[in-house]
Write a protein that binds this ligand. Structure first.
Ligand SMILES: C[S@@+](CC[C@H](N)C(=O)[O-])C[C@H]1O[C@@H](n2cnc3c(N)ncnc32)[C@H](O)[C@@H]1O
Length: 226
């Protein structure tokens, strides 16, 4: 089912959704996420768990406005950072942000389930607030393609909405579901992402931390391609 056609989305794409569901809301994405989702806390924790080493090749999939990619480059300036998104519109925002912060990131237009990269190209792949935009089929296709582009021993680091620990946060999360849709978000809050990660060939998958926000609980995950 196609919900939206982003610029360049091919006809057989089964699902695509903009950062805040509607393209015209994109300009509000950064302030909304900064003020409601403890963005700096969970993105810093995701980077801290990764221990990126000098010279590593790192990819941010579904980079949106580029906040995580910029943080990654600043955390390890000698890493090679690439960032991919399906929307050319949001990539232009990301490029301007990176330019104004003086960091060198290679931004690439493409889709997560047919990544335009060679097998074994990356040491680490990151995603944040991304998998809840994909239906189940595309979550699995994406994880398989991420597995392909990682080197042996390469690592996957994910931050996204996870299982909600109580009724209060579960109710708060309805706001996200009403905006981003129930089809793509339900597997996240059923806590199924680790199962999907395991099904697609990764090992040592773990939920490493939960960060509670005004809109629900964000889970951090890590996994290895052995
Ligand atoms: C909610 S935003 C997250 C942005 C950023 N990672 C963050 O943490 O703020 C989700 C992004 O995923 C992109 N996107 C959605 N489906 C995609 C796909 N299949 N492949 C690549 N990008 C996709 C959207 O264009 C959007 O920029």
């Amino acid at each position: 089912m196609t919900l939206h056609r982003a610029e360049g989305v091919k006809k057989y794409s089964s699902h695509y959704s903009y950062a805040l569901h509607y393209k015209w809301l994109t300009r509000f994405y950064d302030p909304v996420v900064r003020w409601t989702c403890r963005e700096s806390t969970f993105k810093s924790a995701l980077i801290a768990q990764a221990h990126i080493e000098p010279g590593m090749r790192v990819l941010d999939v579904g980079c949106g406005t580029g906040t995580l990619a910029i943080m990654l480059k600043k955390a390890q300036p000698s890493a090679v950072v690439k960032a991919l998104d399906g929307s050319e519109n949001i990539l232009s925002i990301a490029k301007s942000k990176a330019d104004s912060e003086g960091v060198n990131i290679s931004f690439v237009h493409g889709f997560s389930y047919e990544l335009p990269f060679a097998a074994g190209e990356f040491d680490m792949v990151f995603t944040s607030f991304f998998f809840h935009h994909l239906n189940r089929e595309d979550k699995l296709r994406t994880l398989k393609d991420v597995h392909r582009i990682l080197k042996p021993s390469g690592k996957l680091h994910i931050a996204d909405w996870g299982k909600q620990p109580n009724l209060f946060l579960r109710s708060a999360f309805l706001v996200v579901q009403m905006l981003d849709g129930f089809e793509t978000t339900t597997d996240n809050i059923k806590g199924l992402l680790p199962e999907f990660i395991a099904q697609t060939g990764f090992e040592n998958f773990a939920e490493t931390r939960r960060v509670y926000t005004a809109l629900g609980s964000v889970s951090l995950y890590s996994a290895i391609k052995l």
